[in-house]
Ligand binder design. Structure first.
Ligand code: NAP
Length: 294
């Protein structure tokens, strides 16, 4: 729906500027999950009428090749948005990703990871914000979940999900608690939440004891299970998700335990919840970057 809504904006930009909005995705290596994410992003942009290009680098590429690709794209007038898919190959070193994010022209930073864009978000005058938390916010607002004055608890404090999510909710006048691995009595803190966001990366970590009855739960986590025993632990015999696992040999699950469905007022599914919204926000940010640059 969001993608369909954005199509007229893409068409208007294209007729005004004589070229479509352009996104370049840099993909280094062959991480299977990254391959899928990048394919989805490129397809969504393509279907919306944008020009989406993939810059592929070998897993053995030197880190400087990534920086060179970014430098080239920074000066390419037909490229409005640049996205470097993480994770970069581990051989590139621990600080590699942030160094690349720092090198992207902030005006083309559709991931919203550049320090300038993060700073603008802190001050509530952002233009380009990280796509996953932006998608979560969109989801909450479109579902008509009240945010002002509500207590939002976020589990996970990463730069790409937890922290920007906290800021976005704060700017919508929620009272925000940001939790992490050192939080004491996490279930009790989480149970205070009217809105609970799980961005941890641990399958089914958030059980029913974390959730106040009626709370809204947003499940950001995505983990691929490939062991039957893990799937059987989460889903009882005869459950459709067991059949899905048998058919595909693996199953995508979130950070939220299936039992939470019984307690929560609303719960986003995995897959099919936050993931598609993230893709839609890549499109929206590319369009925003293109319009800002024009
Ligand atoms: P991350 O960088 O690994 O951060 C995980 C966070 O969870 C950290 O802040 C960590 O705390 C916290 N955590 C880990 N174990 C915990 C525990 N036992 N109790 C409380 N907190 C704990 O992960 P991320 O990049 O934010 O991603 C989180 C999940 O979202 C992953 O499953 C990822 O695949 C998924 N994701 C989905 C999308 C999408 O489009 N749907 C996009 C991005 C990410 P510390 O800081 O204390 O270590």
């Amino acid at each position: 729906m969001i993608r369909a809504e954005l199509r007229p904006r893409v068409a208007a930009f294209t007729s005004r500027r004589g070229r479509p909005p352009g996104l370049a995705v840099v993909l280094a290596g062959h991480n299977p999950a990254s391959e899928i994410y990048v394919r989805h992003k490129l397809r969504a942009l393509d279907e919306a009428g944008c020009r989406a290009q993939l810059v592929r680098l070998d897993a053995a590429a030197a880190f400087t090749e990534v920086l060179d690709a970014v430098a080239r794209l920074n000066t390419d007038g037909a490229v409005d948005g640049i996205l470097v898919q993480s994770p970069l190959p581990t051989e590139m070193g621990a600080g590699a990703e942030q160094r690349v994010f720092d090198a992207i022209d902030p005006a083309k930073d559709v991931d919203g990871f550049h320090p300038s864009n993060v700073g603008l978000l802190v001050q509530n005058r952002s233009s380009l914000v990280a796509c996953t938390p932006l998608g979560c916010l969109e989801l909450l607002e479109r579902a008509g979940i009240p945010l002002a004055g509500r207590h939002a608890v976020i589990i996970g404090r990463s730069n790409i999900v937890g922290k920007p999510m906290a800021l976005l909710l704060l700017h919508r006048d929620a009272t925000v608690t940001l939790c992490h691995s050192r939080t004491v009595d996490l279930p009790a803190v989480a149970r205070e939440a009217d809105i609970l966001v799980a961005a941890i990366g641990r399958p089914a970590f958030v059980t029913a004891e974390f959730v106040k009855p009626g709370a809204t739960v947003v499940d950001v986590g995505i983990t691929r299970l490939d062991q039957a025993s893990e799937v059987e632990r989460l889903f009882p015999a005869g459950h459709p998700r067991r059949r899905q696992f048998q058919a595909n040999g693996s199953l995508l699950v979130g950070d939220v335990h299936p039992d939470v469905e019984e307690v929560a007022g609303a719960l986003t599914p995995v897959p099919g919840g936050v993931g598609p919204l993230t893709i839609a926000m890549v499109l929206r940010n590319t369009l925003t970057a293109a319009e800002n640059r024009a």
